[in-house]
Design a protein around this ligand. Sequence first.
Ligand SMILES: Cc1cc2nc3c(=O)[nH]c(=O)nc-3n(C[C@H](O)[C@H](O)[C@H](O)COP(=O)(O)O)c2cc1C
Length: 166
Amino acid sequence: MKKIGIFYGSSTGTTEAVAHKLAKMLDVAEADVHDIASVAPSAFAGYEVLVLGTSTWGVGDLQDDWYDFVDGAGVLDLSGKTMALFGCGDETMSDSFCSAVGKLYERFKPTGVKMIGAFNADGYSFSHSGALIDGVYVGLLLDEVNHPELTDLRMRQWVSEIKPLM
Ligand SMILES: Cc1cc2nc3c(=O)[nH]c(=O)nc-3n(C[C@H](O)[C@H](O)[C@H](O)COP(=O)(O)O)c2cc1C
């Protein structure tokens, strides 16, 4: 298995908690789970697989810490790396559910990374999500506000799909 790093931005701790749960499920050491508020984008260099997580704020915006990080990541050569995305949102923000995950996808897809982790799942209820691109969820979308009971199942399904690709 390749070296996996998990990078998350989280304002109230929800995405942070998911990141640590994912680390356990993917056998990633705690030292390889990074809050992007306190690590430089150059840390990407240490990993072959990058798992990125963001919550959605404003109306479909990235979690705040991602803005500077994404700017800083602009100079990095990410070609050859594998990337998977996850995010936390709130389905009652029905026009922008987990849209920040779509923003990370649009930002990093052109860099030459191999994107994995498109998620096929039922049970969501929203009008629009920027993370639904060409009919596919481009990452794992979680709603800890309204449907925490679905989180474990969704995480297990997603991990079982991405693990063989890592
Ligand atoms: C002011 C505000 C705006 C939000 N906007 C969105 C949104 O546009 N889409 C969405 O899916 N969730 C939205 N949320 C919900 C958060 O993404 C959700 O609470 C998430 O679990 C927070 O994760 P964090 O603690 O990791 O930052 C918003 C929440 C707040 C308080």
